[in-house]
Design a protein. Structure first.
Length: 509
């Protein structure tokens, strides 16, 4: 029994679209207001808030490795999504309680909320994407368009959430912003629980995403242990009164250890080894891209809040609204980029994956050139027009459309079949490292409006990077221009060699 004509799409696709849209509403709504909550309500230093933000987003990219493994071995997609959704709803409610509390209780609830969100995302995120492909027969031509529709749901949720959660948080109270994010997750969870049995059916009439086998004690202890480990890592500095960032050691250490472990495999032939090296090289450059791009939720949000003129007709726009520009620009520009690559492909002039990545890095550098021009010569108390920041986000989105879509497909093409899961995990690990790196870089933003003169008796402390002191926003943004610009140039120079190392995949590297 088929639940759709072969020319259309299964009902299950639109069901997953709805579920993912509300989950992304929840995630991006919380992300849009998180650093503002820490600096304004919990009164954290910008550097501390930035590092916490980087640890949170970094671990969000790491835990899908655990969630995907447990789903494949025990839980199945449906049960994993239910567990993940429940944990994320609890996490958002803990953030609501954090914003409703004061002092130590607020901090403790925040740690508990972040832990639940990180682990919940690990179960939810990899499994709902996997189920989109399971709705179709193998090699079905509709799968690509199905993922296009599915990703539209992601961007719709990401577009509306900062507008809703940001308005409630910045204009009323931060607790209501977190509660709105919680309600978004609850809508996603309830709809999935109610309609999964009816909607998640393949065209052959088989239910998809069912549990593989019953949970055993080992799997249960793995879940509980992972929750304990994440909570411990987030609390490490506070518990031991130390500045040691254990999360950085774990993420960056894994980025060195896992590639070394894979390349030490003596069963790899020369072609396989070369292709794996290509993946690792591109993963390294991806860290610089996302490290600069992901300032959106960190330093650029602080900049929007403190040194951007957001007044429109007498009404001050919430700083979190800028988070909606990227998903809106993706919806508008993605079809244009698809047509562009198709046009170039027909003329056999489509850039290779490495060249597209270099273009993405160059566009991120260009976005920072725009904002550096805007802030050059202004003081800590002055503000710039918000249209400079709008321009940056649109240019960065163009960079994302050059780089982001090719990553996972490249890994799947170049990885040896027996190592495909491990290589995909390494790619996610690079994204985790990039997000953690983004938090580290955001911590370098210099004192802004009012901060430089809070206590005249104390000297102003300016951050430094590799021995260079960053005393103003122009110097801060120049850091990203140099970092991504140099990375773009080096990757462009390497692209020909990477194409050769990729052997029979001329458009994979």
């Amino acid at each position: 029994m088929s639940n759709t004509p072969s020319s259309g799409h299964p009902k299950g696709l639109y069901f997953l679209f709805f579920t993912e849209m509300w989950e992304r509403f929840s995630y991006y709504g919380m992300r849009a207001i998180f650093i503002l909550f820490m600096t304004k309500m919990l009164l954290m230093e910008k550097a501390d808030a930035s590092n916490i933000y980087g640890s949170y987003t970094g671990l969000v990219y790491l835990t899908p490795l655990l969630g995907g493994y447990l789903s494949d071995k025990f839980l199945g997609n449906r049960r994993s999504i239910m567990i993940g959704g429940l944990l994320m709803a609890i996490g958002q409610f803990c953030m609501f309680l954090s914003a409703s509390s004061a002092g130590g209780a607020a901090i403790s609830m925040m740690w508990l909320g972040l832990t639940s969100l990180i682990i919940g995302n690990g179960f939810f995120k990899p499994n709902i994407s996997t189920m989109v492909g399971q709705l179709y027969p193998a090699n079905d031509r509709r799968i690509d368009s199905a993922f296009t529709i599915f990703y539209m749901g992601i961007n719709l949720g990401a577009f509306f959430s900062p507008l809703v959660c940001g308005t409630l948080a910045e204009k009323v109270d931060y607790k209501w912003g977190f509660l709105a994010a919680c309600l978004g997750m609850v809508i996603s969870l309830i709809s999935f629980a109610l309609y999964q049995k009816k909607m998640l059916i393949s065209e052959e009439g088989k239910e998809i995403g069912l549990p593989v086998k019953k949970l055993d004690l080992t799997a249960i202890l793995t879940i509980l242990g992972s929750i304990g480990i994440v909570f411990f890592m987030l609390n490490f500095k506070q518990m031991f009164k130390t500045n040691v960032d254990i999360i950085s050691y774990v993420i960056y250490g894994a980025m060195i250890a896992i590639p070394a472990l894979i390349l030490s495999d003596k069963s790899l032939d020369l072609k396989e080894r070369n292709r794996i090296i290509v993946i690792f090289i591109l993963a390294f450059f991806v860290i610089f891209f996302w490290g600069a791009f992901e300032q959106a939720g960190a330093s650029l949000t602080l900049f929007a809040d403190q040194q951007t003129n957001r007044t429109l007709g007498g009404w001050e726009m919430p700083a979190s609204y800028f988070q909606s520009i990227n998903p809106l620009a993706i919806i508008a520009l993605a079809p244009i980029f698809t047509i562009l690559w198709g046009f170039l492909h027909k003329r056999k002039s489509e850039p290779s994956s490495a060249k597209k990545m270099a273009m993405g890095l160059a566009l991120v550098a260009l976005g920072y050139v725009v904002i550096a021009f805007a802030v050059k010569g202004i003081g800590a108390e002055e503000k710039v027009s918000m249209w400079w920041l709008v321009a940056l986000y649109i240019i960065h989105t163009m960079g994302e459309l050059c780089l982001s879509p090719i990553g996972l497909s490249m890994v799947s093409k170049l990885s040896p079949l027996r190592l495909s899961s491990l290589m995909m995990g390494t790619w996610f690990l690079a994204n985790a490292a990039a997000n953690k790196f983004a938090g580290t870089l955001s911590a370098l933003i210099p004192p802004g409006a009012g901060e430089a003169a809070v206590d005249a008796s104390k000297p102003v402390v300016y951050p430094s990077f590799l021995g260079f002191q960053i005393t103003n926003l122009y110097e801060f943004f120049m850091l990203f221009i140099i970092m991504t610009g140099v990375a773009a140039g080096i990757l462009f120079l390497l692209s020909k060699k990477l194409e050769e190392m990729s052997a029979n995949e001329p458009h994979a590297a």
